[in-house]
Ligand binder design. Sequence first.
Ligand SMILES: [Zn+2]
Length: 447
Amino acid sequence: MLDFLNRHLMHPFMAWRERSKHLQHFRTLLERQYESPEVIRARQLSALRLQLRHAWDTVPYYRAAWTKAGVHPNDVRELSDLEAFPILTKADIRRHNRALVSSAFDISALRVKRTSGSTGVPLTIYCDEDAMQWKAACTLRSDEWSGWRLGQRVAKVWGNPEYLHFGLRGRLRNYFLDRAVYLDTLHLNDERSALFANTIRRRQPGLIFGHAHSLYLVACAMKKSRVMDVRPNGIISTAMILHDWQRSVIEQVFGCKVTNRYGCEEVSLIASECEEHNGLHINADSLYTEVPSDEKLLVTDLCNRGMPLIRYQVGDVVVPANRLCKCGRGLPMIERVEGREADYVLTPAGRLISGISLTENFALLIPGTAQVQIVQESITQLRIRLVADDEFGDTSRRKIAELVRDTFGESVTHDVELVDAIPQEPSGKYRFCISKVARERMQEMSV
Ligand SMILES: [Zn+2]
């Protein structure tokens, strides 16, 4: 009953109050997903041409780069014509940040997203409000592929709860609207895991959401304490590689299929599994994607006019799929993502810290960081591998020492290794955070 009221009353009311069109968009997107691949591609082509024209007219970076490359938006008559356009790298975004913002927008009116989400490279991205609403609707559509329905409770195994940044308003919004409970993966220990298990047992959320390895750890803890009666409608694993061995433990504990999803802060949802759990559907309503011969995914954002990202190299390797899905949706597919790996690290006090959250924190807080990788050599020794830019200096080193002390305690020492690049592994995987300690502990937990 409460779920029903939340879906049909609270959400529409709040959307109306906040002048957000995302629920209208959501209905449009539900209809579009079963259209044929030809119809979807035709719509992508016209959206792409509009975005290219907009970028040429209002974004100084593209006008200069495309002029130099001898290409023009009018050259694009079919989707494959985009191949002639230059690639946009993370280094380009860092170097030319403001020159990538469209002059059609007042920069102060754009939403700012700071991230190091995909490969430990800190970036600032600006997104316009209309695009934010459209993207929210795309994400909501794929959320429901998991079996969850808008209005049902959610449990998040995540960095730190976003709503806490918004004071009383945030708390009220979370209590009445989002209805989410959190397990903070920056402070994970047995006690907190047990508390979380009790809460979700009592509340029975419709959806459990989190990074692959965090979900796996929670499932292991619940299995150990024999809590096997939490039955969500859906589980969404996101932002990292989901291994089969993790998936099977999670599915066994919760009695529910895991929906694997792939995205990044820069462009939001990129691809998601549907009910078939066989490959991922690309979010073609918001993005146009290319998989060149090196399999390094290129993404063109078709809706963010504030800071258009065109042929953006996300940093992940994907395996393409030229087939249709049994579910009948016409959205294009990829087989899998050889994306990101991040171990958990263990503190001397026995606390587990999510490597993805840890690296994100370090990358965003240390001035002059172009890219970072954290290696836990032993329980008391850390190696911080860092690609520095011009801003890097004594302040950065002091900040590293402070972060290490605050996160791990006085007994942990560290050294900083400045490197030219942090290479991907031959498989294309990028490892943010490597722990030579936690693995044994992790294996202990999974028995
Ligand atoms: Zn499908």
